[in-house]
Design a binder for this molecule. Structure first.
Ligand SMILES: C[S@@+](CC[C@H](N)C(=O)[O-])C[C@H]1O[C@@H](n2cnc3c(N)ncnc32)[C@H](O)[C@@H]1O
Length: 333
């Protein structure tokens, strides 16, 4: 079994994603109120800082998903046939939760390929190396791709004898607003074959105090993660954000059904972004939204699945019903 890594973010692909990044910053800082999308934060360090979040005891989305995989790993095996299959993970990050499933697939004698895809090159490189050291001689082969979600999916060799299961975990879907999530799920379906599966991790609506606690840890890990966005913009676009002139706080917003993290400018200041050739003014205590994490109801999840052309196979819940990993099958009618 082989362990491979491919970087699809070189040459032209990098140029186009750099343009996308610059455009997103320009659009976001030109809005009122200012708002930068969550995906901008994920360079290699951003991905590592997210791993620190997943280790926080109070960050229930990660703790619940660990619990769900430990408890329901056999239910996932039961969904997959005994035929060879391929597990594709979008935004795999450190893949720690996924390893619970991969190990169980191996122990169950299943033959499969695992394709982790992530825009963070470091995250995919480390994950492939980790899997090679953990499972050197097993029934699993690994093909890690440093790529944007759909560039990675397109690059995977079409093989209609392999059934695909696409994982999209960690409530990453919550970073999209509902219409964008629907577009994403429909586009994903177009890349798949009839009978393929997806398993998506959704954080469920719950007590706002629980949500507040999850996104406002006492140790400042969330603040470090969110303020890293300023470093990324400084590095990629030659901006002069001074990180210690900003603070961060998360809030549940009942009108958007999302936890929104805001970066507040602690003083009046002007930031120059060289790559955009523009200055941006911040008033004292002006908020800039940096994270959006939508909280779903079960009804919304089911509507999303069925209106986008999937059949719901199983919902896997944690013991408190705080989170669900929902397995759907692609239907073409
Ligand atoms: C919220 S983290 C989740 C990580 C992991 N799945 C987990 O559950 O712990 C989102 C991950 O998606 C990756 N990501 C974000 N936008 C991406 C994109 N457009 N294409 C590929 N990966 C992306 C990030 O680098 C990050 O590792």
């Amino acid at each position: 079994m082989s362990f491979e890594f491919h970087n699809l973010r070189s040459g032209l692909a990098t140029t186009s994603s750099d343009d996308q990044f610059a455009q997103a910053v320009l659009d976001g800082l030109s809005r009122n109120p200012k708002r930068l999308p969550s995906w901008l934060i994920y360079d290699d360090l951003g991905s590592e800082l997210f791993t620190d979040i997943t280790q926080l005891e109070g960050y229930h989305p990660a703790q619940c998903e660990f619990e769900i995989f430990e408890k329901h790993k056999q239910a996932v095996v039961d969904v997959l046939t005994k035929e060879p299959f391929r597990v594709i993970e979008l935004g795999a990050g450190d893949g720690r939760k996924t390893q619970i499933l991969l190990e169980h697939f191996i122990q169950s004698g299943l033959i499969f390929e695992y394709v982790p895809i992530d825009i963070s090159e470091g995250a995919v490189r480390n994950l492939v190396a980790e899997l090679e050291s953990q499972f050197p001689h097993s029934t699993m082969s690994v093909n890690g791709l440093a790529a944007d979600y759909f560039d990675g999916l397109q690059a995977i060799k079409e093989d209609s004898t392999l059934r695909n299961m696409v994982l999209f975990l960690g409530s990453t879907i919550g970073n999209m607003e509902l219409p964008a999530a629907e577009t994403f799920i429909r586009t994903l379906r177009e890349s798949l074959n009839e009978g393929d599966y997806v398993m998506i991790g959704f954080d469920l609506m719950k007590h706002p105090k629980t949500l507040y606690a999850a996104y406002n840890d006492a140790t400042g890990v969330f603040e470090t993660f969110n303020l890293h966005l300023l470093d990324v913009v400084n590095e990629k676009l030659g901006a002069n954000f001074k990180k210690d002139h900003y603070v961060q706080q998360g809030h549940y917003n009942p009108s958007t059904h999302a936890v929104e993290s805001y970066i507040y400018s602690t003083r009046e200041q002007v930031v120059f972004i060289e790559a955009l050739g523009r200055e941006f003014y911040f008033a004292a205590w002006e908020p800039m939204q940096a994270e959006h994490s939508y909280k779903y109801t079960q009804h919304e999840i089911e509507t999303l699945a069925t209106t986008c052309g999937y059949e719901i196979v199983k919902h896997l819940f944690d013991v408190n019903d705080h989170f669900v990993d929902s397995i759907w099958e692609v239907k073409r009618t």
